[in-house]
Design a protein around this ligand. Structure first.
Ligand code: PEP
Ligand code: MN
Length: 336
């Protein structure tokens, strides 16, 4: 439910009204626009006394929010969410680049990739330590050791870290990780999402393999409902009938997400295409379509990567991609 306050209403009157609403058991998101205040009521609004609110002298109108998501809803929170992670801004007006290997393989590998992507202008180092592999016989990631090697790369470069958490029991190992990734396969692992709602760390929530945009936003809502409002959405391609690409990149989700939510959205062209030579084109398209950033897989030796080598860019390819991204982000008026 949204309560639109009349222009020029006195602040103490607004506060009194908010107190009366809060005692009915809902949270209020207060938002001050150029001329008007709006109050977004979140929680079980069924029992709210709508007439009491509508008849207040300072209320212009009361609107219902039709969508099942509230905290993520742009109607309730009209301003864009801009996160600040180790001094780097993620969200509207900024173009954030996360880059690194699919999985951490050795100290030499992760440190050299970290230095290369940093030199090319990346803002975050990505690297998987716990890998969700389709086959139990494939490399499963280095686990705890992988996270330790990521910490070394962070010390050497100062780059903040992004890494995937698959199991809650490993959460304590992620202390030095700055953004926790929830992978496509875990997008609807609701117990995981609920627990991540209780922590004080940004979450990169990848879109599920066959998830609708609304299901994806509802997963963000799970995290936000628990109190953690620092969610970054990541489009990484969805399953369609097409077989020439690993997935189908749904760029049209960018304007939809931007209009329905206030959360930053980044695009992963690596998993979306699965093809090294197609990554650059899709990264450029994502920036032109209004994404707040990209996440790209980069490997120092793609031919011998233990995971996703066929889609990994070499450091040289990545550096060229950064040059073209820079030009497009300038046209888009974004800081990179
Ligand atoms: C990854 O980022 O390496 C990964 C496994 O991604 P996704 O969950 O999108 O498949
Ligand atoms: Mn990968």
């Amino acid at each position: 439910m949204i309560v639109v306050i009349k222009p020029r209403a006195a602040e103490n009157e607004i506060q009194k009204l908010m107190d009366k609403i809060r005692i009915q058991g809902v949270d209020i998101h207060y938002s001050k626009g150029a001329s008007q205040v709006i109050l977004g009521l979140v929680g079980d609004t069924q029992a709210i006394n709508r007439n009491m609110i509508a008849s207040s002298d300072i209320v212009e109108k009361v609107l219902s929010v039709q969508e099942p998501y509230k905290k993520a809803n742009r109607l309730i929170h009209p301003q864009d969410t801009i996160l600040e992670i180790m001094g780097r801004k993620v969200g509207e007006g900024n173009l954030t680049v996360m880059a690194g290997p699919c999985s951490v393989e050795s100290e030499e590998q992760i440190v050299s990739v970290a230095k290369d992507v940093q030199a090319a202008g990346a803002h975050f180092l990505r690297g998987g330590a716990f890998k969700p592999r389709t086959s139990p016989y494939s490399f499963q990631g280095m686990g705890k050791m992988g996270l330790e090697l990521l910490s070394i790369a962070k010390k050497e470069t100062g780059l903040p870290l992004v890494s995937e958490l698959m199991d809650l029991q490993d959460l304590d190992l992620f202390e030095d990780v700055d953004v926790i990734q929830v992978g496509a396969r875990n997008m609807q692992n609701f117990s995981l999402l609920k627990e991540l709602g209780k922590i004080d760390k940004p979450i990169l929530l990848k879109r599920g393999l066959s998830a609708t945009i609304e299901e994806w936003i509802m997963s963000a809502e799970y995290i936000m409902a628990g109190g953690n409002e620092e969610v970054i959405l990541c489009e990484r391609g969805i399953r369609t009938f097409e077989t020439m690409t690993r997935n189908t990149l749904d760029l049209s989700c960018i304007p939809i997400i931007k209009s329905k939510t206030h959360l930053p959205i980044i695009v992963d062209p690596s998993h979306a295409t699965g093809i090294r030579w197609a990554v650059k084109a899709m990264a450029k398209a994502a920036v032109a379509a209004g994404a707040d950033g990209i996440m790209v897989e980069v490997h120092n030796d793609p031919a011998h990567a233990l995971c996703d080598g066929e889609q990994a860019l070499s450091p040289v390819d990545f550096s060229q991609l950064m040059d073209s991204i820079q030009k497009i982000s300038q046209i888009e008026g974004k800081v990179i």
